[in-house]
Design a protein around this ligand. Structure first.
Ligand SMILES: NC(=O)c1ccc[n+]([C@@H]2O[C@H](COP(=O)([O-])OP(=O)(O)OC[C@H]3O[C@@H](n4cnc5c(N)ncnc54)[C@H](OP(=O)(O)O)[C@@H]3O)[C@@H](O)[C@H]2O)c1
Length: 176
Protein backbone atom coordinates (compact mmCIF):
# COMPACT_ATOMS: atom_id res chain seq x y z
CA UNK A 1 0.00 0.00 0.00
CA UNK A 2 1.34 3.40 -0.94
CA UNK A 3 1.12 6.04 1.80
CA UNK A 4 0.64 9.52 0.36
CA UNK A 5 0.66 12.73 2.34
CA UNK A 6 -1.36 15.60 0.92
CA UNK A 7 -0.87 19.07 2.39
CA UNK A 8 -0.86 22.76 1.55
CA UNK A 9 2.15 24.32 3.21
CA UNK A 10 3.45 27.88 3.49
CA UNK A 11 7.09 28.98 3.16
CA UNK A 12 7.52 28.75 6.94
CA UNK A 13 5.81 25.30 6.95
CA UNK A 14 2.64 26.84 8.42
CA UNK A 15 -0.50 24.80 7.73
CA UNK A 16 -3.21 26.01 10.12
CA UNK A 17 -4.41 28.39 12.80
CA UNK A 18 -7.37 28.16 15.20
CA UNK A 19 -8.18 24.79 13.64
CA UNK A 20 -8.70 26.34 10.22
CA UNK A 21 -6.69 26.58 7.04
CA UNK A 22 -4.66 29.76 6.52
CA UNK A 23 -5.97 30.68 3.10
CA UNK A 24 -8.93 30.03 0.88
CA UNK A 25 -7.70 28.63 -2.41
CA UNK A 26 -10.61 27.26 -4.45
CA UNK A 27 -8.19 25.81 -7.00
CA UNK A 28 -6.32 23.94 -4.32
CA UNK A 29 -9.55 22.52 -2.86
CA UNK A 30 -10.45 21.35 -6.37
CA UNK A 31 -6.99 19.86 -6.79
CA UNK A 32 -7.36 18.07 -3.41
CA UNK A 33 -10.71 16.66 -4.53
CA UNK A 34 -9.32 15.46 -7.87
CA UNK A 35 -6.32 13.78 -6.30
CA UNK A 36 -8.20 12.07 -3.45
CA UNK A 37 -11.54 11.18 -5.11
CA UNK A 38 -12.28 7.47 -4.98
CA UNK A 39 -9.47 6.95 -2.45
CA UNK A 40 -9.16 6.55 1.28
CA UNK A 41 -8.34 9.65 3.37
CA UNK A 42 -7.00 9.52 6.92
CA UNK A 43 -7.27 12.47 9.29
CA UNK A 44 -6.79 13.43 12.92
CA UNK A 45 -9.60 14.38 15.28
CA UNK A 46 -8.95 18.13 14.93
CA UNK A 47 -8.96 18.02 11.16
CA UNK A 48 -12.25 16.11 11.30
CA UNK A 49 -13.64 18.90 13.53
CA UNK A 50 -12.51 21.47 10.96
CA UNK A 51 -14.51 19.90 8.10
CA UNK A 52 -17.60 21.89 7.05
CA UNK A 53 -20.53 20.47 9.00
CA UNK A 54 -18.20 17.68 10.13
CA UNK A 55 -19.44 15.70 7.18
CA UNK A 56 -17.36 13.01 5.48
CA UNK A 57 -15.67 13.95 2.22
CA UNK A 58 -17.91 12.55 -0.51
CA UNK A 59 -16.78 9.70 -2.77
CA UNK A 60 -13.92 8.83 -0.41
CA UNK A 61 -13.36 6.38 2.42
CA UNK A 62 -12.99 8.63 5.49
CA UNK A 63 -10.95 7.45 8.48
CA UNK A 64 -10.45 9.40 11.72
CA UNK A 65 -7.70 8.74 14.24
CA UNK A 66 -8.78 9.68 17.76
CA UNK A 67 -8.37 8.51 21.32
CA UNK A 68 -11.24 10.61 22.65
CA UNK A 69 -14.15 10.14 20.25
CA UNK A 70 -16.51 7.51 21.66
CA UNK A 71 -17.58 6.22 18.30
CA UNK A 72 -17.16 6.90 14.61
CA UNK A 73 -19.42 9.73 13.37
CA UNK A 74 -21.79 8.71 10.58
CA UNK A 75 -19.98 8.20 7.30
CA UNK A 76 -16.58 7.82 8.98
CA UNK A 77 -14.54 4.94 10.26
CA UNK A 78 -12.51 5.48 13.40
CA UNK A 79 -9.37 4.00 14.90
CA UNK A 80 -7.49 4.85 18.07
CA UNK A 81 -3.89 4.48 16.89
CA UNK A 82 -1.62 4.69 13.84
CA UNK A 83 -1.02 0.90 13.72
CA UNK A 84 -4.79 0.34 13.83
CA UNK A 85 -5.22 2.82 10.96
CA UNK A 86 -2.65 0.94 8.88
CA UNK A 87 -4.32 -2.37 9.67
CA UNK A 88 -7.77 -1.03 8.78
CA UNK A 89 -6.71 0.24 5.34
CA UNK A 90 -4.13 -2.41 4.49
CA UNK A 91 -6.06 -3.66 1.46
CA UNK A 92 -6.14 -0.22 -0.18
CA UNK A 93 -3.75 0.36 -3.08
CA UNK A 94 -2.97 3.79 -1.70
CA UNK A 95 -4.14 6.11 1.06
CA UNK A 96 -3.96 9.86 1.55
CA UNK A 97 -2.95 11.30 4.91
CA UNK A 98 -4.80 14.62 5.01
CA UNK A 99 -3.64 16.11 8.30
CA UNK A 100 -3.33 17.86 10.49
CA UNK A 101 -0.01 18.65 12.09
CA UNK A 102 0.06 15.83 14.65
CA UNK A 103 -0.96 13.24 12.10
CA UNK A 104 1.51 14.46 9.45
CA UNK A 105 4.36 14.31 11.96
CA UNK A 106 3.65 10.66 12.70
CA UNK A 107 3.14 9.56 9.10
CA UNK A 108 5.98 11.50 7.42
CA UNK A 109 8.65 8.89 8.28
CA UNK A 110 6.56 6.15 6.63
CA UNK A 111 5.22 8.13 3.67
CA UNK A 112 6.05 7.09 0.12
CA UNK A 113 4.82 10.21 -1.65
CA UNK A 114 4.18 13.84 -0.80
CA UNK A 115 1.53 15.84 -2.64
CA UNK A 116 2.50 19.36 -1.67
CA UNK A 117 0.87 22.65 -2.45
CA UNK A 118 3.78 25.00 -1.73
CA UNK A 119 2.48 28.48 -1.03
CA UNK A 120 5.15 31.12 -1.67
CA UNK A 121 4.31 33.23 1.34
CA UNK A 122 4.85 33.10 5.11
CA UNK A 123 1.85 32.88 7.44
CA UNK A 124 1.33 33.29 11.16
CA UNK A 125 0.08 29.94 12.43
CA UNK A 126 -0.24 27.60 15.37
CA UNK A 127 0.17 24.38 13.38
CA UNK A 128 3.12 23.48 11.18
CA UNK A 129 4.18 20.67 8.89
CA UNK A 130 7.31 18.86 10.13
CA UNK A 131 10.70 19.61 8.54
CA UNK A 132 11.15 17.78 5.23
CA UNK A 133 14.66 16.71 4.25
CA UNK A 134 14.27 17.04 0.49
CA UNK A 135 17.53 15.11 -0.06
CA UNK A 136 15.45 12.03 0.74
CA UNK A 137 12.86 12.85 -1.90
CA UNK A 138 12.74 13.14 -5.67
CA UNK A 139 10.50 15.66 -7.40
CA UNK A 140 8.38 13.77 -9.93
CA UNK A 141 5.83 16.44 -10.86
CA UNK A 142 5.65 20.22 -10.70
CA UNK A 143 2.99 22.70 -11.73
CA UNK A 144 3.54 26.39 -10.94
CA UNK A 145 0.41 28.52 -10.52
CA UNK A 146 1.32 32.20 -10.76
CA UNK A 147 -1.86 33.61 -12.26
CA UNK A 148 -4.46 32.84 -9.58
CA UNK A 149 -5.91 36.28 -8.91
CA UNK A 150 -7.97 35.00 -5.98
CA UNK A 151 -4.80 33.86 -4.23
CA UNK A 152 -2.63 36.92 -4.74
CA UNK A 153 0.48 34.76 -4.36
CA UNK A 154 2.24 32.08 -6.35
CA UNK A 155 1.90 28.45 -5.36
CA UNK A 156 3.19 25.18 -6.77
CA UNK A 157 1.71 21.72 -6.93
CA UNK A 158 4.56 19.31 -6.36
CA UNK A 159 4.70 15.55 -6.09
CA UNK A 160 7.73 14.06 -4.36
CA UNK A 161 8.58 10.40 -4.20
CA UNK A 162 10.80 8.94 -1.52
CA UNK A 163 14.16 7.86 -2.91
CA UNK A 164 14.85 4.19 -2.31
CA UNK A 165 16.64 4.05 1.03
CA UNK A 166 17.30 0.35 1.10
CA UNK A 167 20.17 -1.18 -0.78
CA UNK A 168 19.41 -4.17 -2.96
CA UNK A 169 20.43 -7.32 -1.12
CA UNK A 170 23.81 -8.46 -2.41
CA UNK A 171 24.39 -12.07 -3.43
CA UNK A 172 26.08 -13.94 -0.66
CA UNK A 173 29.90 -13.80 -0.95
CA UNK A 174 31.60 -17.19 -0.88
CA UNK A 175 34.56 -17.40 1.44
CA UNK A 176 37.22 -19.96 0.79
N1 LIG B 1 -2.75 23.02 5.18
C1 LIG B 1 -3.25 21.79 5.10
O1 LIG B 1 -3.13 21.14 4.07
C2 LIG B 1 -3.97 21.21 6.28
C3 LIG B 1 -4.54 19.93 6.18
C4 LIG B 1 -5.21 19.41 7.30
C5 LIG B 1 -5.30 20.16 8.46
N2 LIG B 1 -4.74 21.41 8.50
C6 LIG B 1 -4.82 22.19 9.71
O2 LIG B 1 -4.16 21.53 10.78
C7 LIG B 1 -4.77 21.92 12.01
C8 LIG B 1 -5.14 20.68 12.78
O3 LIG B 1 -3.97 19.94 13.10
P1 LIG B 1 -3.68 19.37 14.58
O4 LIG B 1 -2.25 18.97 14.65
O5 LIG B 1 -4.20 20.36 15.57
O6 LIG B 1 -4.67 18.13 14.71
P2 LIG B 1 -4.88 16.74 13.92
O7 LIG B 1 -3.56 16.15 13.56
O8 LIG B 1 -5.88 16.95 12.86
O9 LIG B 1 -5.59 15.89 15.07
C9 LIG B 1 -4.95 15.68 16.30
C10 LIG B 1 -5.78 14.68 17.08
O10 LIG B 1 -5.78 13.42 16.41
C11 LIG B 1 -5.73 12.39 17.37
N3 LIG B 1 -4.46 11.67 17.25
C12 LIG B 1 -3.30 12.11 16.71
N4 LIG B 1 -2.36 11.15 16.78
C13 LIG B 1 -2.95 10.08 17.38
C14 LIG B 1 -2.51 8.78 17.73
N5 LIG B 1 -1.26 8.36 17.45
N6 LIG B 1 -3.39 7.94 18.33
C15 LIG B 1 -4.66 8.34 18.62
N7 LIG B 1 -5.14 9.56 18.29
C16 LIG B 1 -4.29 10.42 17.70
C17 LIG B 1 -5.86 13.04 18.72
O11 LIG B 1 -7.25 13.14 18.94
P3 LIG B 1 -7.93 12.80 20.36
O12 LIG B 1 -7.63 14.01 21.17
O13 LIG B 1 -9.34 12.58 20.05
O14 LIG B 1 -7.23 11.60 20.90
C18 LIG B 1 -5.26 14.41 18.47
O15 LIG B 1 -5.68 15.36 19.41
C19 LIG B 1 -5.94 22.80 11.63
O16 LIG B 1 -5.58 24.16 11.71
C20 LIG B 1 -6.23 22.41 10.20
O17 LIG B 1 -6.89 23.44 9.49
C21 LIG B 1 -4.08 21.94 7.45
Amino acid sequence: MRINIIVAIAENRAIGKDNQLLWHLSNDLKHFKEVTSGKCVIMGHNTYLSLPGQRPLPKRRNVIISDRLDEAPEGFEMVTSIPDALELVKDEEEVFIMGGGMIYAQFLPMADRLYLTRVEKRFEADTFFPYINFDEWELIDLNVIDDDEQAGFTYRYEIWERKEQKEEPQPEQKTE
